[in-house]
Design a protein around this ligand. Structure first.
Ligand code: 5CA
Ligand code: ZN
Length: 409
């Protein structure tokens, strides 16, 4: 699949900072030390209802990761998938009486437009589950050859007991894993499984559902976790820097994916850091397609909201916290954008050299975007109260906000 166009990232004077970020697996901070090319995989959308503010907040966090790396003069190798065939997509298409493939194309197109408007950096490889099938089949066959997968009435399951490191991404107890498995696409109560948590790698073809040639697996379609593993291993290899997504992906999705990859390669870990964004809610509930309590980026854009203000609204909460989308969050962002634009439109101002370092420091410290906003607020307040004589300052502030926060002033 093609991704979306990249907006340019200005180079800043001085030295960027290495990123220290919270890793779910160790439940603590890790300072990442990628080589000259940092490698990141971020789980993409299941395209049946995009892009709501929860999605946007999660992709915003991983956009910041890349901006911190780019500021250290590293290249970034970024891979994202599109789950363009899976149960929730098929269920929605059936409910609405539309073709599942058309629905996927339509929502993926909208997602690209939203990402472009928000100035999110595009992945170099944007890969759909369907196009990944030829790479998925041999991986499932290999897991079966290794004794880590088994057949149950034609469906192929992964055996979580094959991975000695299973459980080390999410660190949950057995009861919590079982409950989340049932809630998030697993089938712990299906009789005949070796371990109730075992996830499906390959679903045998079902009446009325799309299916593909699976070689020795028979006709069918891929399970959810192996999709991301196949795409990540193909384009990034093992032990890449960051595996990213919302906190609802820590278990089972990232746990299972790590196990698949670790058994397939005999290497550990799949990613050096598992990074999870908090959940955005609306009216006291997690924003989700299944609940339908959604605020869409495209709807705000249609209402004339400046995407730069949406971006500032996303930055106003720390990526790891769970937070509520409200009209006030957006209004505050609109007001802030107005203040910042007024401040950088003057011909000179107070020196911004310290500000560049403050924004760098804030983001390198577990992507503390609210602290970065506060630093820019302080500069803008000084500009308004006292002005200054540095003719380079307004331009430097614009470039800093653009390069590190993805906001064009
Ligand atoms: N296609 C899979 C990942 S392989 C998937 O989870 N798709 S999704 O469309 O449901 O979600 C896309 C991303 O948005 C995931 O990282 C998910 O964790 C995140 N996300 C979904 N809902 C929210 C929310 N309310 N707040 C924050 N992030 C969310
Ligand atoms: Zn994924």
């Amino acid at each position: 699949m093609h991704a979306w166009p990249a907006s340019e990232v200005p180079a800043l004077p001085g030295q960027g900072r290495d990123l220290r970020i919270h890793d779910t697996a160790t439940d603590g901070p890790v300072t990442l030390d990628p080589g000259p090319v940092a490698r990141i995989y971020v789980c993409g959308i299941t395209p049946y209802d995009a892009t709501h503010m929860g999605h946007a907040a999660t992709y915003n966090a991983f956009d910041l990761v890349q901006r911190v790396w780019l500021d250290t003069k590293r290249q970034v190798h970024y891979v994202q998938n599109v789950t363009d065939v899976d149960d929730p997509l098929l269920e929605r298409a059936t409910r609405d009486g539309v073709d599942w493939a058309d629905l996927a194309v339509q929502e993926t197109t909208l997602f690209r437009e939203d990402m472009t408007a928000l100035r999110m950096l595009p992945p170099q490889h944007y890969i759909g589950a369907v196009e990944a099938i030829p790479g998925i089949v041999p991986l499932v066959e290999r897991l079966r050859d290794l004794g880590a997968a088994y057949d149950l009435d034609g469906d192929i399951y992964f055996s979580v007991d094959a991975d000695p490191h299973f459980g080390q991404v999410s660190n949950l107890d057995a009861a919590a894993m079982r409950a989340l498995s049932a809630e998030r696409g697993g089938d712990p109560d299906r009789p005949g499984k070796k371990n109730p948590l075992d996830p499906m790698l390959w679903l045998a073809a079902r009446e009325g559902e799309p299916s593909w040639d699976g070689g020795t697996l028979g006709r069918g379609r891929p399970g959810w976790h192996i999709e991301c593993v196949a795409i990540a291993l193909d384009h990034l290899g093992m032990t890449f820097d960051v595996q990213g997504g919302g906190s609802d992906l820590a278990f089972p999705h990232h746990e299972m994916g790590a196990s698949h990859a670790q058994v397939l390669t005999g290497e550990f870990p799949m990613a050096k850091a598992y990074v999870h964004a908090g959940m955005v809610g609306l009216d006291g509930e997690k924003m989700s397609k299944s609940k339908g309590n959604l605020v869409f980026v495209s709807a705000l854009r249609r209402d004339g909201v400046d995407p730069a203000a949406i971006r500032l609204a996303l930055h106003s909460h720390h990526y790891r916290s769970d937070w509520e989308w409200t009209d006030q969050v957006l209004q505050d962002a609109v007001d802030r954008l107005g203040r910042w634009r007024a401040a950088v439109s003057r011909p000179d101002g107070p020196s911004a050299d310290a500000l560049v370092e403050e924004v760098r420091e804030a983001l390198a410290n577990d992507l503390d975007a609210p602290a970065a906003l506060a630093a820019v607020d302080r500069w803008a307040a000084r500009q308004e109260a006292e002005g200054g004589t540095d003719i380079g300052a307004p331009g430097l502030v614009s470039r800093t906000v653009d390069a590190l926060l993805g906001v064009a002033l």
